[in-house]
Design a protein. Structure first.
Length: 720
């Protein structure tokens, strides 16, 4: 793309990390083929020419001295278990790709023959959000093999299911339109830390007089910058949302026209919220009744009002009900009908990829099983590796674990159970990774993976409406290979003869775009897109977002929606048909201050994400660790909770519950309300005890979607 005379090339790539922003990244590559600069693409309306602090330093990661460059196998006789950082080369020895692929294929075949193919479990999440890298050749491979299917619940399913109950699919106010709002409510969404490209829109709105309200138990960077920070108690958002609806309906602040035209079940909702008086809601949330009323009035009477509901609230036991209730608010007030109003949980429902062709679930019929394999929930990995298979109805125990795009040794709940599973000497474990993580410590084989600069992919987003091409910018270092390459090769070694295992990335991008005979995509919303245009332009908006000034996209303002009634459902016909409560009701989490367990473990623990890492990614890099130093391995406490335990700022403290124990350093500040403590994700091996905060989190699942409850965990704390 650069002028012919320039020694530099500029390549359009896409940040593939699990972030709503999916930034367009321009990579400058010098004559020798080395990337020398990454920057945000100024022509992408959401990226707006800048990258977050984590990825601005991405070349530190790409060229890190500790990148895994070659396939490795565990040396004979070396037991599995946590390793000290830097000692990995004593445990693993370099082998060739042929040796690795041959040995892995042989072992998978033996395990399949002996225990059945379902005893092989893939484990992956969103290490890359590239459509191919996230799930394509790997899915084909495991379907054809007959391996267990993984239910990918670790992040967003509780909220996703709940939003779909109300609206049918996940659409939202375009990110760019938040600048038009007069009120922005960040509800369990850390915009400044996790979704930084929404921030310029918030700032612009505020310059035009908008107010920012943040509802979050933790004083995030976003909360610190807000006009009003409501430090709600964890897991009580259902009550607050129902209480707001109580006030709105009591005071006649609802939008009757929108309700009549677009919604279903207002009478029953009105009945339901009657008992959620501001007084009762105040008791649960820790707010005053006056604050509940003020919030409801301000929300219902300011236009446009935009909700940024990210995934924070749904990591609680009642997180499904919370999202279901909160999602109803903009329908009750008709906020969707004012441009810049409405809300966003995720924009992912707008991307109608041709997944069937990409993933080929039909291949399961050709597997030794001859049917779709059983489904294993990734959020109960500890259970799956230690307990599953003891009852006949579970199917076989897991005998092989194939990890890619994820670091379960650090990010999965109930870490002690996960580790007991990973330590099993009879478990055959393969990990495809860029770095020696908390998971590679338990691998029999470690395979080197590419970063997004080193392979080609296509990407959508969950925080904007652009289809983007991520072109390969540089050659992979060493012998690193992409996920697509790995599973294509492994298929050949397993003797899978179907043509689809030989597809190239370009062919697969054409497939997922559903490119028709005239060269255009046949996917709804992508009909104007050709492979060639995308390759050349880098990013192209979905059809409904092509001319936002002339034709702004305002979701849920005309029907029919894809709910059973075609309307916004205050009363969920899907839940009713299942014999469940069709409307949200507040039930305190089992692990919360109201439960019996709180007598032993009186503090609510928030095991949060770090602002300067991406889940566990980046935590091995010194520059990122320096940015994170203030809160790294600290336990943030309210002064009264610290004082009651004789703890002063900087003291070493033991944090524990029945599942595990962790030593941290107290940080006694104003960041959490009384009764709540908070910590941040890190690599376990960065911690002197070799574990991280997920020793404290549980495998209990959410009320909807069988998702994890990272933010419903009770603990006790004592000075060491
Ligand atoms: N810097 C950075 N960016 C990231 C990530 C990261 O690790 N670091 N992770 C990425 C991923 S995987 C995701 S899914 C997104 C998620 O982005 P967010 O949805 O913003 O996710 P969280 O940080 O989990 O939660 C948001 C906030 O919810 C708060 N919270 C916890 N419990 C409750 C509650 O009961 N009620 C309310 N109202 N709030 C609560 C937390 O304190 C937190 O500040 O961010 C992505 N972006
Ligand atoms: N306590 C607590 N635990 C949490 C959370 C929390 O807030 N608190 N958040 C949860 C959430 S929302 C999520 S989404 C999960 C995220 O959990 P994970 O999906 O495991 O996310 P990461 O920690 O980013 O790890 C991704 C790994 O994939 C690797 N990777 C990146 N690109 C590629 C590639 O192209 N190929 C291969 N083979 N590997 C690649 C990276 O090097 C990295 O080690 O964590 C969950 N765990
Ligand atoms: S992590 Fe998010 S904000 Fe940072 S560059 Fe990637 S997509 Fe953009
Ligand atoms: Mo996530």
């Amino acid at each position: 793309m650069a002028a012919a005379s320039s020694p530099f090339r500029i390549v359009h790539a896409v940040c593939s990390h699990d972030c709503p922003d999916s930034c367009a990244v321009l990579v400058t590559v010098d004559e020798s083929g080395r990337a020398v600069k990454v920057e945000g693409d100024p022509s992408q309306p959401v990226t707006q020419g800048f990258l977050c602090g984590k990825v601005a330093k991405y070349l530190d990661r790409v060229y890190a001295p500790d990148r895994i460059l070659y396939p490795m196998k565990r040396r004979a006789g070396v037991a599995k278990g946590p390793l000290k950082r830097g000692s990995e080369h004593e445990v693993f020895e370099r082998i060739s790709w042929e040796e690795a692929l041959g040995a892995i294929a042989t072992r998978l075949q033996e395990i399949s023959d002996t225990y059945g193919p379902e005893s092989i479990l893939p484990y992956s999440y969103a290490g890359t959000m590239g459509v191919l890298g996230y799930g394509s050749m790997d899915r084909r491979f495991f379907h054809r093999l007959g391996g267990s299917q993984l239910e990918r619940t670790i992040c967003s399913v509780a909220g996703g299911v709940a939003w779909d109950l109300v609206y049918g699919k996940k659409l939202g106010t375009p990110t760019e339109d938040f600048k038009l709002a007069k009120l922005i409510v960040a509800w369990g969404g850390n915009i400044h830390g996790n979704n930084i490209h929404l921030w310029p829109m918030v700032e612009q709105a505020r310059r035009n007089g908008a107010r920012l309200i943040v509802i979050d138990p933790y004083r995030t960077r976003t909360a610190a910058l807000a006009d009003w920070h409501i430090a709600i108690r964890p897991g009580t958002d259902v009550a607050l949302a129902l209480g707001m609806m109580h006030v709105i309906l009591r005071e006649g602040l609802e939008d009757r026209a929108y309700i009549a035209a677009m919604t279903h079940g207002i009478e029953r909702l009105t009945e339901r919220v009657r008992e959620y008086t501001p007084e009762r809601v105040a008791v649960w949330t820790g707010m005053t009744p006056g604050e509940v009323e003020q919030l409801a009035r301000e929300y219902a009477t300011t236009r446009p009002a935009a909700l940024r509901l990210n995934y924070g609230v749904q990591r609680c036991e009642n997180g499904g009900a919370a999202v279901q209730a909160i999602a109803m608010l903009p329908a009750l007030t008709g906020a969707w009908s004012h441009r810049g109003g409405g809300g966003q949980l995720s924009t992912s429902g707008a991307f109608k990829w041709n997944k069937a062709e990409l993933e080929r679930p039909d291949l399961a019929l050709d597997s030794p099983l001859g049917r779709q394999a059983r489904v294993v929930n990734m959020s109960t990995l500890g259970w799956a590796l230690t307990e599953m298979g003891k009852r006949a109805e579970d199917g076989p125990p897991v005998h092989a674990l194939f990890v890619y795009n994820s670091n379960p040794g650090a990010i999965a709940p109930n870490q002690n159970a996960v580790r007991r599973g990973l330590m099993r000497p009879d478990l055959f474990t393969v990990v495809h990774e860029q770095f020696f993580t908390d998971t590679t410590d338990y691998a029999d084989y470690v395979l080197p993976a590419t970063t997004f600069l080193e392979h080609t992919d296509i990407q959508g987003a969950y925080g904007h409406y652009f289809v983007q091409m991520s072109n390969q910018a540089i050659e992979p270092p060493g012998e690193a290979r992409s996920n697509v390459w790995l599973f294509s090769q492994l298929a050949q070694w397993m003797g899978f003869t179907e043509d689809c295992f030989r597809d190239t990335p370009e062919q697969m991008i054409r497939q997922v775009l559903g490119i028709g005979l005239d060269g255009h995509s046949t996917n709804p919303g992508m009909e104007h897109i050709t492979f060639e245009d995308l390759e050349e332009q880098g990013h192209i908006p979905l059809s409904f977002h092509r001319d936002p000034e002339a034709q702004p996209f305002m979701p849920y303002t005309s029907g029919p929606l894809s709910t059973p009634t075609g309307r916004v459902e205050f009363y969920s016909e899907v839940l009713a048909a299942q014999g469940l409560d069709a409307m949200p009701a507040f039930k305190p989490p089992v692990e919360s201050r109201w439960s019996e367990d709180a007598k032993r473990y009186p503090l609510e623990f928030l095991g949060r994400k770090a602002d300067n890492y991406m889940n566990s990614t980046f935590a091995n890099l010194d520059g990122h660790r320096r940015m994170e130093a203030r809160t790294s391995q600290r336990l943030e406490m309210h002064p009264s909770d610290a004082e009651a335990r004789g703890i002063a700022d900087g003291d070493a403290v033991r944090v524990w519950n029945d599942r595990g124990t962790l030593t941290l350093k107290a940080l006694v500040n104003g960041s959490v309300p009384q009764g709540v403590v908070a910590g941040h994700l890190d690599w376990a091996k960065m911690h002197p005890e070799g574990v991280n905060q997920n020793v404290l989190t549980s495998e209990r699942l959410t009320d909807m979607g069988a998702a994890p409850t990272f933010y419903s965990a009770l603990v006790e704390v004592a000075k060491v």
